[in-house]
Design a binder for this molecule. Structure first.
Ligand code: ADP
Ligand code: MG
Length: 400
């Protein structure tokens, strides 16, 4: 697609979005185009352009120079649009089935034009409405194995890897994660939001020195371990799904970090359903197991067939690497469980529980499980031990 490069940034109106779509020749000459801004996210504009005749659609996502959720008082770099576009392209090359196609990008306009996925639903919303998406765990396991292996030193080799590290330096968005996931939930910070009924639990958490020490270790890992190119925000609101397809969107937080961070966010966001959705507890536990099993098997296969590092091709080092990823992912999952319960950004899985006692009981479980995953991650040495711990916390009467 061709398009004249823009020289200055301005937020799009719906008309401007249509003009861009036309200039890209995406639609035929006789198309009858309509456009709606559908962004339900916190940060960006998302325009959905449709040809009324055949419903063929296109998505134009544009970054705003501030966080939409907070307003103009929270400025945010437009460069994140380039990070997101570059990450969609990189992940799209590695795992094309699981990433929307990118048709056009413009760094000055902070725009990404991409495949319309409106035939799918946001996984979190689908789950809350009772969907199980039977293949989602299989797909996410494969997506994680491929993106993690092929952006690591082992899949890329040291030179290409460092070029990517440089391309994905993302300080402003990392700062949001550092504050909102690793720092603010652990003291009385202004950004925290929690129900009055949790005050005693939150106070206990703030006084838990061992917990804060372990969170500092996880934060240090996030700050310093450039293992793989992370999506960086891989919750179920960043996944589009149906009963046959899975697509991962919204990688504006992408940067080089510890592999367990993405895996842990997937675990935690499935755990919200395990805890909030008792009728479907077993299928969601199974989803977690499958994510790990598929990840482990696919990563193992890639490790032995595609590895660029000769010396690491031993079972001992592979097992060490998988064990490290698993331990890290439990710790990061714990951080996600806690911050989504008492931090700035909550999840609808919990907040949509209408009955206050049931909701508070569920939130106490996410806090308890979060603390256990962070503090006991070294002892939870495999998926079976992890899952039996999850079941133990869920059964705990004190939280009902
Ligand atoms: P933000 O970065 O602001 O969170 P997202 O990328 O999550 O933005 O997009 C916000 C919403 O826009 C999504 O929840 C989804 O409803 C819609 N959306 C985003 N990308 C697409 C797409 N490729 N196809 C269809 N809808 C999309
Ligand atoms: Mg989003």
């Amino acid at each position: 697609m061709s398009h004249l490069k823009q020289t200055h940034y301005a937020p799009f109106t719906e008309t401007a979005a249509i003009e861009l779509a036309i200039s890209l020749n995406f639609f035929t000459e006789h198309a009858v185009l309509s456009c709606k801004e559908i962004g339900d996210g916190n940060l960006n504009l998302v325009f959905h352009i449709v040809d009324e005749r055949d419903r063929k659609g296109l998505i134009i996502k544009q970054a705003l120079p501030y966080a939409k959720v907070v307003g103009e008082s929270w400025p945010l770099t437009l460069k994140r649009a380039k990070i997101e576009a570059d990450a969609l392209k990189t992940f799209g090359q590695i795992a094309p089935h699981y990433v929307p196609k990118v048709y056009f990008t413009d760094d000055v306009l902070a725009v990404t034009v991409m495949e319309d996925l409106s035939h799918l639903a946001i996984a979190r919303t689908g789950f809350i409405n009772g969907e199980l998406y039977p293949h989602i765990s299989n797909h996410l396991g494969e997506y994680l194995a491929k993106t993690i292996f092929f952006t690591s030193d082992y899949g890329l080799g040291p030179t290409a890897k460092k070029e990517l590290v440089q391309k994905f330096i993302n300080p402003e968005l990392c700062k949001i994660t550092e504050d909102l996931i690793f720092t603010n939930p652990y003291f009385d910070a202004d950004t925290n939001e929690f129900e009055d009924g949790l005050l005693a639990d939150v106070n206990a958490l703030w006084q838990d020195e061992e917990l804060k020490f372990q969170v500092n270790l996880l934060k240090r890992s996030f700050l310093t371990e450039a293992e793989v190119l992370l999506h960086g925000d891989l919750h179920t609101g960043s996944v589009f799904a149906s009963n046959s397809e899975t697509k991962v969107i919204d990688p504006e937080f992408a940067f080089y970090g510890p592999a367990g961070f993405d895996i842990g966010q997937v675990f935690a966001n499935l755990l919200f359903q395990v805890i909030a959705n008792p009728t479907n507890r077993e299928p969601f536990i199974r989803h977690i197991e499958i994510v790990w099993e598929v990840f482990r098997d696919e990563f193992t296969h890639l490790w032995s067939t595609e590895n660029k590092e000769v010396l690491v091709k031993t079972d001992k080092f592979l097992n060490y690497t998988l064990a490290k990823f698993f331990e890290d992912s439990l710790g990061f999952a714990g951080c996600e469980l806690i911050r989504r319960t008492i931090g700035l950004a909550h999840v609808a899985d919990l907040n949509s529980i209408e009955d206050v006692h049931t909701r508070l009981a569920a939130k106490r479980k996410t806090l308890d499980l979060g603390k256990i995953l962070i503090k006991q991650r070294k002892e939870l040495i495999n998926c079976a031990v992890f899952i039996s711990k999850v079941k133990e916390v869920i059964k705990n009467e004190k939280n009902d």
